[in-house]
Design a protein around this ligand. Sequence first.
Ligand SMILES: [Zn+2]
Length: 124
Amino acid sequence: MIERVQKELVRLKPYAQRSTFGRIQMSACVRTRDAEWVVGINQRKTHPKSNTPWHFIHAEFDAVNKARLRGLDLLGAEMFVVRWRRDNAFGMAKPCEVCHELLKSSGFRSVLWTTDTGFDSENF
Ligand SMILES: [Zn+2]
């Protein structure tokens, strides 16, 4: 389990580094039961379907939105959320309440996120 998770998180790192957000670089990966995957990043802009009142797109929302546009089945999917810190280490990436609700209501099976010391996860 841990090896698989670490592989997944390391693969997501370059995506987080591509984030246009600036200070906080996040990426999130949807992995469906059919092993399809889509990556989202946090961005300093809005989206008409944004799930938050903020002028930011959270990486989780970006990933879910892209997955839906591709017509992927999210039921039973897994979400991985990565934060890459300026000091070149993984950081706390626990989904906010709004994204948490989005994942739960979209039928995700679990979410896993990086922390300052490793990772944590939750099953829905
Ligand atoms: Zn969020």
